[in-house]
Write a protein that binds this ligand. Structure first.
Ligand code: AHM
Ligand code: MG
Length: 342
């Protein structure tokens, strides 16, 4: 009897995968690997809290508003505590930017070489209704010398300087997807073993697709170019798919092909999503998977951040779809430039 058939191999754990990748870089010190493992550990804890949120009193509003003026959910706060604690205890990170905290968070690890920007729990309005939510993170190497706390310059680097980025989707299964700039790999959580296993090696996103994802409820607030692009999607016969959880919408489109848009609107001229801990991380991942991300004109990862909580429009997904949307947005830009010159 074939032993493999009797007891199928469980596959590669996230820990082993991270260690193997580190071996590819002979001078790597292991700090980034440790940091990724710290994030994975916090993810497991947050996953546990999310899974039992319907059973104990941790669903619902916390009774506070975050820096964005949005109502914090209890799980937003819990996830924030869990990630910050894991990064503080891990020792590799000097400073953290979080969606939930107005100021940068100093971990006290002045020797830490890394800065992390994180949305601990994205799409949290979906928590109470059992819809997928996520975590998004970006990792940068600090630019200031070690021995001091991290500063604004460390925190406000362009997305091109990311050394790693990832997201976790707490969905029908929990997955972690990340890149260190050498392709994108996805790991699925096996709850009975408490481990992430490599399930989606070397993810590539289709060059094109037939899904468009945006909140059409805001269409009265769209620019003419944006409205024209949505009409174009309809004429092409694309399907509209919008969960309202960025990670879940992004993940689906990454695997199936499509475009996710959170555009500028009349009320919100910079859109809704945050450059430092939502857009840049997903931009790094989509580019590593062969896709594209921009604000409609400029590559997301080249946008110069001016503030930790800065917002920007997001057009992200399959290259052909993003480029087509950019064509529509360019018309708008040209018209505005012509009008300004009159
Ligand atoms: P959050 O960070 O406060 O959870 O908000 C971000 C979420 C994204 O997950 C989602 O794509 C978007 O907001 C949905 O916004 P809207 O309800 O305006 O469509
Ligand atoms: Mg968010």
């Amino acid at each position: 009897m074939d032993h493999n058939k009797l007891a199928l191999p469980v596959g590669t754990t996230l820990d082993r995968f991270i260690m193997r990748k580190q071996e590819d870089f002979p001078y790597a010190t292991g700090e980034l690997s440790q940091l990724l493992r710290d994030i994975a550990l916090a993810t497991k804890i947050v996953n546990r809290e999310i899974n039992r949120s319907g059973l104990i009193d941790i669903a619902g509003a916390y009774g506070n508003r975050n820096v964005q003026g949005e109502e914090q959910q209890k799980l937003d706060v819990i996830a924030n505590i869990r990630f910050i604690r894991a990064l503080r205890n891990g020792g590799e990170v000097c400073t953290i930017i979080s969606e939930e905290d107005e100021e940068m968070i100093q971990t006290g690890n002045v020797q830490g070489k890394y800065v992390v920007a994180i949305d601990p729990l994205d799409g949290s309005s979906n928590i109470d209704v059992n819809v997928s939510i996520g975590t998004i993170f970006s990792i940068y190497r600090r630019v200031s010398p070690t021995g001091n706390e991290g500063n604004e310059q460390d925190c406000l680097q362009t997305g091109t300087h990311q050394v790693a980025a990832g997201y976790v989707i707490y969905g029908s299964s929990t997955m972690m997807v990340y890149t260190t700039g050498n392709g994108v790999n996805g790991f699925t959580y096996e709850p009975s073993l408490g481990e992430f296993f490599l399930s989606h090696p070397q993810i590539t996103t289709p060059k094109t697709g037939a899904i468009y994802s945006l909140n059409e409820g805001n269409s009265n607030e769209f620019s003419e170019a944006m409205t024209a692009y949505v009409d174009h999607c309809k004429q092409q016969g694309y399907s509209a798919r919008y969960i309202g959880s960025l990670v879940a919408d992004f993940h689906r489109n990454l695997l199936k092909g499509g475009i996710y848009i959170y555009p500028a609107t009349k009320k919100a001229p910079n859109g809704k999503l945050r450059l430092m801990y939502e857009c840049n991380a997903l931009a790094f991942i989509v580019e590593q998977a062969g896709g594209k991300s921009s604000d409609g004109r400029t590559r997301t990862m080249e946008l110069e951040p001016k503030g930790m909580h800065e917002r920007c429009p997001l057009f992200i997904g399959s290259t052909e779809l993003v480029e087509k949307a950019e064509e529509f947005m360019a018309r708008e830009y040209e018209a505005a430039t012509a009008a300004a010159l009159k």
